[in-house]
Design a protein. Structure first.
Length: 238
């Protein structure tokens, strides 16, 4: 059997497979680290920094950083949690997130993170940027809610491997660009997949709305991260 790597998260002894990232190993050990740009099965890009941890005093993105022997990871310390909370607040003020009327409310990872971090009023001023909504035959792209996580860029492509979504511009002007010709050929299933891979309500499948009522959706019942933490509770109680 391959040798396991021993490391620590907030003082808890954990074991990792060689090559696992801190995020993957934490999850396998029943420790929740929040993620937003990362998605299981996609190559991590480390762009949102929600998953930041401190390792031996240095900030690192846990979704890209591999575990090494004896690593001391700070995950749920007040400093780390405050850092993540500030990032979530920035994402809210940088866009226009109209949660109460959003089709994704209750299934939205950003909204669920805001609840987990008990965000009431962001400490930063709202920017109210002017953003548009684009319509395609099977889906809508609402730039007001896009957090530039690039999940759609990495996950959605045609059968022959061509990208439908791409990043355009830089810095504050960065936005998702859609290949209109390819998007016009997207099936209902592909539009559904794009909607599901989007952590917020930026990509919405057309002609289906509120099929599951607000109040009966994924995070309406269980806070984000609870499925990982509950597993760890189960291990402790066995
Ligand atoms: Fe790790 Fe976004 S989830 S940087």
């Amino acid at each position: 059997m391959p040798e396991k790597i021993k490391f620590f998260i907030d003082g808890k002894e954990c074991l990792a497979e060689r090559g696992q990232t801190i995020y993957e190993a934490a999850k396998a050990n029943g420790v929740y680290i929040p993620i937003l740009c990362h998605f299981e099965g996609l190559k991590p890009v480390g762009s949102c920094r929600i998953c930041s941890v401190r390792v031996n005093g240095r900030w690192m993105a846990s979704c890209t950083q591999p575990v090494t022997e004896g690593m001391m990871v700070e995950n749920q310390t007040p400093e780390v949690e405050e850092y993540r909370k500030a990032i979530i607040e920035m994402l809210f003020v940088e866009g226009n997130h109209f949660c109460p009327t959003c089709e994704k409310s209750g299934n939205c990872e950003l909204q669920a993170l805001a609840y987990r971090y008990q965000i009431m009023v962001p400490r930063f001023p709202y920017l109210f940027p002017r953003k548009d909504v684009e319509a395609f035959p099977t889906f809508l792209l609402d730039h007001n809610r896009c957090v530039q996580c690039r999940r759609c860029v990495r996950a959605i492509e045609t059968k022959d491997g061509r990208k439908i979504f791409a990043m355009k511009n830089r810095s504050g002007q960065v936005r998702i660009n859609v290949d209109r010709k390819l998007a016009a050929k997207m099936s209902e299933e592909e539009a559904q997949k794009a909607m599901e891979i989007c952590p917020v309500g930026a990509i919405l499948k057309k002609e289906v709305g509120f099929k599951v009522p607000i109040g009966k959706r994924k995070y309406d019942f269980k806070p984000i991260g609870s499925e990982i933490e509950e597993k760890s509770e189960g291990v402790k109680n066995e």
